[in-house]
Design a protein around this ligand. Sequence first.
Ligand SMILES: Cc1cc2nc3c(=O)[nH]c(=O)nc-3n(C[C@H](O)[C@H](O)[C@H](O)COP(=O)(O)OP(=O)(O)OC[C@H]3O[C@@H](n4cnc5c(N)ncnc54)[C@H](O)[C@@H]3O)c2cc1C
Length: 490
Amino acid sequence: MTPRPVDAVVVGSGPNGLAAAVTLARAGLRVTVLEGQPTPGGGVRTLPLEGPRVPAGEGLVQDVCAAVPAAVSGSAFFEEFDLAARGVELLVPEVSYAQPLDGGRAGIAWRDLDRTAEGLGVDAGAWRRLVGPLVRHRQEVASIALSDKRSVPWSGAGTPAGAAAFLQALAVLAGPGGERWWRTEEARALITGVAAHTITRIPSPAAAGTAAYLGALAHGPTGWPLVRGGIGRITDALLADLRAHGGEVVPDHPVRSGPDLPAARATLLDTHARVAADLLAEPYRSRLRSLPVGAGVCKLDYVLSGPVPWSRPEVALAGTVHVCGDVGDMRRAEAEVAAGRHAERPMMLLSDPVPLDPGRLGRTGLRPVWAYAHVPRGSSRDVRAQADAQLERFAPGFRDLVVDCVVTPASRMAEHNAAYPDGDISGGAISLWHMISRPTARMDPYAVAPGVWLCSASTPPGPGVHGMSGLHAARRVLRALGRPVPSLAP
Ligand SMILES: Cc1cc2nc3c(=O)[nH]c(=O)nc-3n(C[C@H](O)[C@H](O)[C@H](O)COP(=O)(O)OP(=O)(O)OC[C@H]3O[C@@H](n4cnc5c(N)ncnc54)[C@H](O)[C@@H]3O)c2cc1C
């Protein structure tokens, strides 16, 4: 299909590309999105899950990349876009996340802050003092975390208190005092599991910032939600709005070099800085190439014959389970990956959607369980054996339930999403400097060449399903074209 003449071309239909496309189309621009894959959505897709041992017609679907869109709450884009009004049902687990430990112990983050604190025994007060202010000022904390990192976000009178809560959490979680803040391994490991979402060394300021922001959202009204039917429903809602405003998506249309780009008043690139660099001329190409590629993930799509038999039953109530062990295990695992080696006990994230969404069960009762493990960038290793061992450690009998497991090593992630070179799902290396300065330390992180804006996770605020890189970039495009920013409401 040949793209039509347009005002704006967006390369890539991930949540940021579609957030930008929707914003521009609503402003009255003719928008075309060029997508390299046959299915739109990038990191926000739900597709059939098939494997050699899954019976034909089982009807399982799996979230290909993201499964838990925690960052939609707190995102100015999704707040105004209003997913609920568009029929996207966020399912809120009673337990936002859990951290199983040896000996049948676990840290449990209930959505209810007080219940979480009470479950942590002598650390109840410490949890309330650190996480309580973050939760009370979660809107302000989210505006700091999801800002363009070039302006001071002002989200109302609570901003100074939100900033103070954020800074206190950074000091505790990244600084030397962190060890003394907690007395139980349950509390220490629980919050460290959130920090370990960043695929970087822990403790570190970047990991601490992630723990503060995601930790605050966990106790908010939508916690860390899942989506009924799969996360792809979010993409469906974005596509419906784009089409309603005259935009179009051209699938199976990879853009491999600058001459592949159609002429337009504005070109937006929803792809990794490294991939975007290849579409630009010098000196813009070299600038973008200065953002290092980050560590990778190995995706594991399990098909189980029953629920994961966690030693501690409450872990099964969690929408997200951080599987690695105690703080020492997590530090070792992340240090190995940062040094380019595989961890014997890797850091993993796991989500079983069935307890909240029984419709995800297959025809004969098989269930899809989503997981991924942190690995060095470019790793071609299938880490299934290490992942199984980790799960068996905290859920004895797990191996007996595995009917199938589709493994996608880091080196193959780019086959289904060119924005994940070497399996880097973070849009570039994660450190405090790279989170603030990405993609380059220029005043405008989005305008990367004349008439070209980068709008992917390689720009602030970074990875996650929030659409904010797309919104920040689209606002700058509209300013350049002298157009007002439109309403995003349904
Ligand atoms: C296994 C995994 C688990 C994750 N879990 C979570 C989670 O639970 N919660 C969360 O918030 N985030 C999660 N993430 C991260 C999240 O998916 C991403 O941060 C987010 O999707 C980034 O959005 P984006 O729009 O910047 O890019 P993407 O969603 O990656 O979309 C980029 C799009 O651009 C297309 N593209 C790239 N280059 C080209 C080209 N040259 N030509 C044409 N098309 C191109 C790609 O095909 C893709 O469709 C996860 C990611 C992975 C891979």
